[in-house]
Ligand binder design. Structure first.
Ligand code: ZN
Ligand code: ZN
Length: 210
């Protein structure tokens, strides 16, 4: 199915200016919220104005700037929260770096998702890609020629690999094997800053070359 009727709206939220995405099917008005890091009132207002029914909340990874609004939004919408288990361990690691970074330790996903899983938003389906390196539980969501990547890849840059669970080698490998293999015209919705395309990053990204 083409992208016609699949809508994406970006809201910039919180002190680190994270991108929260509202994704919905025009026909059924079912919606998915990606990375509600903050400003839940603003997100809820937008949802109400658009008349959407939020079915799912997905975190691209567990950093606080992407998950701080999850609990509140989950209560307000009744939606299920989905994320990768690696960023939401049952027991918090005893690591300074882990806590400095503010992983959503107490936050529990309703369902854990991983590579190969499929998420439905109305009549549209998204493939889950596991892309570790920025964090061990980093995920991307792919539908045809659009992909949500969180902090894995940015316009002209890549996510930090020096935080808890980070690895440059792994991040580089995730980008090369899971993202640079997508078609050049694929639109990349990033976790911070402007959107880009796979073709542009393959051509101009100085951090990870194709
Ligand atoms: Zn992050
Ligand atoms: Zn971030």
């Amino acid at each position: 199915m083409e992208n016609v009727g699949l809508n994406v709206e970006k809201l910039v939220v919180g002190p680190l200016m994270s991108n929260c995405y509202i994704v919905w099917d025009e026909k059924t008005l079912e919606a998915l919220i990606i990375d509600p890091g903050d400003n839940v009132e603003l997100i809820v207002k937008k949802i109400k104005n658009l008349g959407l029914k939020v079915k799912l909340i997905v975190a691209t990874h567990g950093h606080f700037d992407h998950v701080d609004g999850v609990e509140k939004l989950r209560k307000k919408t009744g939606a299920d929260f989905l994320a990768h288990k690696n960023d939401f361990p049952d027991k918090e690691p005893k690591s300074d770096r882990y806590h400095r970074l503010g992983f959503g330790g107490a936050l529990k996903p309703d369902r854990c998702i991983d590579e190969g899983d499929i998420i439905s938003v109305g009549e549209y389906q998204f493939d889950v890609l596991h892309t570790p390196g920025h964090s061990q539980g980093s995920l991307c969501l792919l539908h045809n020629s659009i992909v949500f990547v969180g902090d894995v890849l940015f316009q002209g840059s890549i996510g930090r690999a020096d935080l808890h669970g980070g690895s440059f080698e792994q991040l580089s490998n995730s980008i090369k094997s899971k993202l640079y293999t997508l078609s050049d015209e694929t639109i990349v919705y990033t976790g911070h800053g402007p959107s880009t395309t796979i073709g542009d990053e393959k051509r101009y990204n100085a951090f990870v070359r194709s």
